[in-house]
Design a protein around this ligand. Sequence first.
Ligand SMILES: CC(C)(COP(=O)(O)OP(=O)(O)OC[C@H]1O[C@@H](n2cnc3c(N)ncnc32)[C@H](O)[C@@H]1OP(=O)(O)O)[C@@H](O)C(=O)NCCC(=O)NCCS
Length: 155
Amino acid sequence: MITEFEITLAQPADAQDIAELSRDAIERGLSWRWTERRVRRSIRDEATNVVVARRQGVLLGFAIMQYGDDDAHISLFAVQASQRRSGLGSALLAWLEATAGVAGIRTIRLEARAGNVAAKSFYGRHGFTEFGTSPGYYEDVEDAVRMVKRLGPEP
Ligand SMILES: CC(C)(COP(=O)(O)OP(=O)(O)OC[C@H]1O[C@@H](n2cnc3c(N)ncnc32)[C@H](O)[C@@H]1OP(=O)(O)O)[C@@H](O)C(=O)NCCC(=O)NCCS
């Protein structure tokens, strides 16, 4: 069951919580690259959406998506472990897709760790397909699978 939460663009004050969730949920076993400083830069970047889901001010999940001219790239995406499997990730992704659609984006791409069964299942459930792998993408610790979703009809 989904209990109430709100999805908004992140504020600079969210950067630390986002960076810590990235370190714990996404960058496990790797160097901590998405530090507070880097997240703060992304929040300020006009070609990037940093989106947060909160309940009573507490960060439940976030996503970072970078925009190109025709396509967008999801760089980071995580939901707090205690909040998973209740539709929160789906709500964040729906927000990103709706916003990308309005911006005229045709394709969303992302990478996930090859061994990340949850992420592959989650994105697969939402219409993303695997189109390749990048060996050693994660600091030579793990390969990446590349996934893509077309938002509109073929040109
Ligand atoms: C991947 C992630 C964002 C999904 O968020 P979530 O809020 O749990 O997702 P939802 O509740 O909206 O799940 C929607 C559907 O995705 C699939 N799914 C989600 N988690 C899954 C899992 N652990 N195993 C299998 N399928 C899963 C299911 O089909 C699910 O529907 P269901 O619960 O009705 O079966 C979350 O597991 C997470 O933060 N993982 C750690 C960080 C990460 O891997 N990020 C992605 C790569 S950067």
